[in-house]
Design a protein around this ligand. Structure first.
Ligand code: PMP
Length: 387
């Protein structure tokens, strides 16, 4: 039997060991991390709603009304009025006929892909897609074709070569580790031409981009016709937990009947659904959060450019700084921590070999002064070319 310890030791030696930190405070710019206060730039709480008093009160009211847990799966006895109302509100928000709640985004991606595809079908995926899309593709048993990041010509050639079966293109709307956008209009046109499904995972665009935070699909002026399957997560800009798929009535009914990660799991606590209903109102009404976030992004990019940092081509709240080796990313992260800044290093296999990075994420809850503090810290790092 292979020694687990040997493998753990190898990871440690290659600077790939992952370590959990214990937080003693709510999400926000200032975090208690292993007992020490750090200024954090690595949460996905893009709009600063995870610790919003109205969201917390809604969760408390939800717990009073429905209790702590949902008790069972949606199709058994776990589908509460809170879940139902949230689904209707998410459908209206995304301007789609219906929406279906999943317990996590990971499960939503697996659930939708496995419900629609099987042996003999083909799934096309951008090389930088989130692991949950890739895993869903593998689990479906469809043939998996990956294309280089945002490379439409290769994707078109791959699709031309398909000989039979259904086809589905799955893509991150905003790429989770690079922060750039997928070319959704071109993807939508190609899918229409090829009669393929298009699934957009908008975990990082929803709440942040588009009118009222409607996401990357809306940012490009696309709707249900162009993007028939929209997946969104609730644990990022919405500040709570869970996920949903929005689309046509037939799509949602098919998922209810066939999507195993929907059917065979306990529904979200209804209190989480109530909290998300409150954050959905804030997402839409408090557009200042998106505007402030945009200003912070601009301030960060201008400052980073002046410092000559190796920024990537991202205009979103995800602003990675390329380090190259895992060792270098780790040493940058440790140096920042010594200055009271929390910016985690992202290493392979989460990102391709040789592209380890610091994944800086900005949130509407940050101030300009806090971004300046980050820039000061980054300015003191060893700034040679990526190793
Ligand atoms: N898709 C993308 C692009 C993500 O970044 C994530 C979360 N990191 C997920 C899906 C999974 O969502 P969840 O955390 O709700 O499982």
């Amino acid at each position: 039997m292979k020694s687990l310890q040997q493998e753990l030791d190898r990871r440690r030696a290659e600077h790939l060991y992952r370590r959990r930190r214990v937080l003693g405070s709510p999400q926000g710019p200032l975090l208690q991390v292993d007992g020490v206060e750090l200024l954090s730039f690595c949460s996905n709480d893009y709009l600063g709603l995870a610790n919003h008093p109205e969201v917390i009160s809604a969760m408390q009211r939800g717990a009073q009304q429905y209790g702590a847990g949902s008790g069972s799966a949606h199709l058994v006895s776990g589908h509460s009025a809170a879940h139902h109302a949230l689904e209707e509100e998410l459908a209206e928000f995304t301007r789609r006929p219906r929406a279906l709640l999943y317990s996590t985004g990971y499960m939503a991606n697996q659930g939708v892909i496995t419900a629609l595809l099987g042996r003999g079908d083909t799934i096309y995926q951008d090389r930088l897609n989130h692991a949950s899309l890739i895993d869903g593709g593998l689990l479906s048993r469809a043939s998996l074709k990956r294309y280089p990041h945002n490379d439409m010509a290769t994707l078109a050639n791959q699709m031309d070569a398909q000989t039979g079966g259904e086809s589905l293109v799955a893509v991150d709307g905003v790429f989770s580790m690079d922060g750039d956008l997928a070319p959704l209009p071109a993807l939508a046109a190609l899918c229409k031409k090829q009669a393929a499904w298009l699934l957009v995972d908008d975990a990082h665009g929803l709440g942040v981009l588009g009118q009222d935070g409607c996401g990357s699909v809306d940012h490009f002026g696309l709707g249900l016709d162009e993007v028939p399957i929209l997946m969104g997560t609730l644990g990022k800009a919405f500040g709570t937990f869970g996920a949903f798929v929005a689309g046509s009535d037939e799509l949602i009914e098919t998922l209810i009947q066939q999507s195993r990660s929907y059917i065979y799991t306990t529904a979200l606590p209804p209190a989480v659904a109530e909290a998300t209903r409150a954050s959905l109102i804030l997402v839409q009404q408090e557009s200042w959060r998106r505007e402030h976030l945009q200003q912070l992004i601009q301030r960060f990019r201008e400052g980073a450019e002046q410092l000559g940092l190796s920024l990537m081509a991202s205009e979103t709240a995800i602003q990675p700084l390329l380090a190259g080796t895992a060792e270098r990313a780790m040493s940058w992260s440790r140096a920042l921590e010594e200055e009271g800044l929390l910016v985690t290093a992202i290493r392979p296999p989460t990102v391709p070999e040789g592209s380890a990075r610091l994944r800086v994420t900005l949130s509407a809850s940050h101030t300009f002064e806090q971004v300046d503090r980050l820039l000061d810290g980054l300015g003191r790092l060893d700034q040679g070319a990526p190793s």
